[in-house]
Design a protein around this ligand. Structure first.
Ligand SMILES: Nc1ncnc2c1ncn2[C@@H]1O[C@H](COP(=O)(O)OP(=O)(O)OP(=O)(O)O)[C@@H](O)[C@H]1O
Length: 294
């Protein structure tokens, strides 16, 4: 288990983390989400020992993560700790050997990951010459030493859909081996599809956490209604609801908990012919918006 426990961190007068706590269980894929500047990178940097927390700590398997523990962590800092002038394959082999892997195994694993993640390069290309996406692929490939925990800052940014699938597959494989994996991302559709649990951070503290299903259950219900022949704006007058989307004759309403759905149904019926009337599942993007603006 990887535990972020009551982390606080300030830069000058600015409080960036305000008691951030969450846990990533063995074999769990945890999506770490939050608006720009919410403190995600700062928290990850603390876990990786690149920054010190003001208070609080990060523990792995019950022990505070120290420099020895950090060797178990596979990570992907935003500023890449890679050597731009080195050939990617050599770099992979180097990383693998640093963690104690034999030369032959390191080379074999490097080739396997390059192939799997579809890193396109000529035999002489150095890392600086690869496109951003390829560099990202290179980074996940730098995890060939089978880390005991993975902490990844925006591993999917800049990846094309095929590379993204390959990355997702790789992360899932780590979790299958029992590795706790946490990654930050603004790609909420992908987080929704992949993650076992999601944490949403706002101003340096967690404001929502759970499976997407659990978060959905705590989010305002949404009803989608299409009416023929209704006057424009009819939906705005329905008590206890708020129109969040109106396109042609189709409306999406947020419906307060206490409002009986039959009241909305009868309001709709008095205004026009119902073409569609159904609850709609909130997407993680909608859940996120509600969590960070409420
Ligand atoms: N070294 C620093 N000195 C001063 N302020 C900093 C420093 N590092 C981060 N900050 C500030 O801390 C806040 C949180 O930044 P952080 O990078 O952790 O956010 P984030 O959630 O990762 O954002 P994003 O989604 O944009 O990457 C920001 O306002 C940022 O400007």
């Amino acid at each position: 288990m990887l535990e972020f426990d009551a982390l606080t961190k300030g830069f000058g007068d600015k409080k960036v983390l305000r008691g951030l706590s969450f846990q990533v269980r063995p074999g769990e894929l945890y999506g770490f989400c939050g608006a720009n500047g919410a403190g995600k990178t700062t928290a990850m940097r603390i876990a990786l020992g690149m920054l010190a927390a003001d208070t609080g700590e990060v523990r792995f398997e019950g022990r505070p993560v120290d420099s020895a523990g950090r060797r178990l962590i596979g990570y992907m800092p935003e500023e890449r700790g890679l050597y731009g002038k080195m050939r990617p394959r050599d770099q992979l082999v180097y990383f693998a050997r640093l963690s104690g892997m034999g030369a032959r195994e390191a080379k074999a694993r490097a080739d396997e990951w390059i192939e799997r993640l579809g890193v396109k390069m000529g035999p002489k290309d150095v890392l600086d010459k690869l496109s951003l996406g390829n560099q990202q692929k290179e980074l996940i490939a730098a995890l060939i030493h089978r880390p005991g925990v993975l902490i990844l800052d925006e591993p999917f940014s800049g990846l094309d859909p095929v590379a993204s699938d390959a990355m997702a597959q790789a992360l899932t494989e780590f979790t299958r081996d029992g590795v706790p994996v946490v990654f930050s991302s603004h790609q909420l559709d992908l987080v929704e599809r992949l993650c076992d649990r999601v944490g949403i951070v706002r101003d340096g503290a967690l404001v929502a956490e759970g499976t997407v299903e659990e978060l959905r259950g705590r989010t305002t219900r949404r009803l989608e209604i299409a009416l023929e022949g209704a006057p424009a704006g009819w939906a705005s007058a329905v008590a206890g609801t708020r129109v969040v989307e109106a396109r042609h004759n189709r409306y999406t309403l947020e419906v307060e908990e206490q409002v009986p759905v039959r009241e909305i149904l009868s309001a709709a019926q008095t205004h026009g012919d119902i073409v569609h009337f159904a609850w709609r599942e909130s997407s993680l993007t909608e859940i996120f918006r509600e969590a960070v603006t409420a």
